[in-house]
Ligand binder design. Structure first.
Ligand code: AMP
Length: 288
């Protein structure tokens, strides 16, 4: 399938060779390329990244690949929601022009001996709780970037540590791609949109909101630099447990770039949390 068959077509490509051909067609027409890596089960958060690419004049290229190497053995890889036809419809509506939906063998043909590891900023937050996760993410994102060779790639601030890991990887390896971070898209009541929200029961959906409320509260409380971040975060963790969360993995205030925990806010900071509600693991964060 060629990418320029019809001005508004969504080209569905499954192989790296077809992806490169489709991208080359747009390049020949003088267009720039914006890559949006996803794991599918798309929602308005993903669509906002496609819009971000369109707003900058890029041809949006979305990848859909549930990457096995970023899931731990006890995580939800097999249960992860998949809805390829629904995703294609959403991408067509969003004016995405190429979707790359490879098989596992296309992404990882044969034995793979090479991985990408970003140290330091993966030492805290989700790093120790999900061993191997960020190596899986950094490796698959490197591969997707090298397969699509975009001008820019778009990532959500919803996965804030992931965004910092990718920015750092691109900087350290001098990869010729601009990484664009996009604001978190929320439901009307404030809950961050996530493919995993569909695991929530009606009761859990109500309880889930507690995380956003506590993030707002802590961000407000520590903003002036006079309140202890540890004390405000400890109160928020208690409120999450009282509000029905089973395990609070972390609730903390960190430097916005290094992700090191802060005792007082003196510059750009992020309040960031991960907690489990029933079988669902929720993460969210806010700028302070
Ligand atoms: P995922 O499919 O969950 O791996 O996410 C693919 C991309 O969409 C990542 O860059 C995420 O940070 C981003 N994303 C997920 N949820 C949201 C959201 N609610 N708002 C903005 N971006 C999001």
């Amino acid at each position: 399938m060629t990418a320029s068959a019809n001005a508004n077509d969504l080209a569905i490509v499954r192989t790296v060779a077809d992806l490169r051909r489709a991208v080359a067609d747009f390049r020949k027409a003088g267009r720039t390329i914006g890559l949006v890596p996803t794991m599918g089960a798309l929602h308005e958060g993903h669509v906002s990244l496609v819009k971000g690419a369109l707003d900058r004049g890029d041809v949006p290229v979305t990848s859909i690949f549930v990457n096995p190497t970023q899931f731990g053995p006890k995580e939800d890889f097999s249960a992860y929601p998949r809805d390829e036809q629904g995703d294609f419809d959403k991408l067509r509506d969003a004016q995405c022009r190429i979707v790359f939906a490879p098989s596992k063998d296309e992404m990882y043909p044969g034995e793979q001996l090479t991985t990408v590891t970003v140290a330091g900023i993966t030492d805290g937050l989700c790093g120790p709780l999900r061993p191997g996760h960020f190596q899986g993410v950094a490796t698959v994102v490197s591969k997707l970037l090298l397969m699509a060779m975009p001008d820019r790639a778009y990532f959500g601030e919803k996965d804030y540590q992931q965004l910092q890991v990718i920015k750092r990887m691109v900087r350290d390896l001098a990869m010729p791609f601009e990484i664009v971070g996009m604001p978190t898209v929320r439901e009307k009541d404030g809950l961050a949109m996530s493919s995993r929200n569909r695991y929530l029961s009606a009761e859990e959906r109500t309880q889930a909101l507690c995380m956003y409320r506590q993030l707002v509260k802590v961000a407000d409380t520590v903003r002036d630099g006079r309140t202890s971040c540890a004390e405000a975060s400890a109160a928020a963790s208690r409120a999450l447990r009282d509000g029905g969360f089973d395990i609070v993995e972390y609730f903390t205030v960190v430097d916005a770039e290094s992700l090191k925990p802060l005792e007082r806010v003196t510059g750009p900071a992020r309040v960031i949390a991960a907690a489990r509600l029933g079988r669902t693991r929720l993460i969210d964060n806010l700028a302070v």
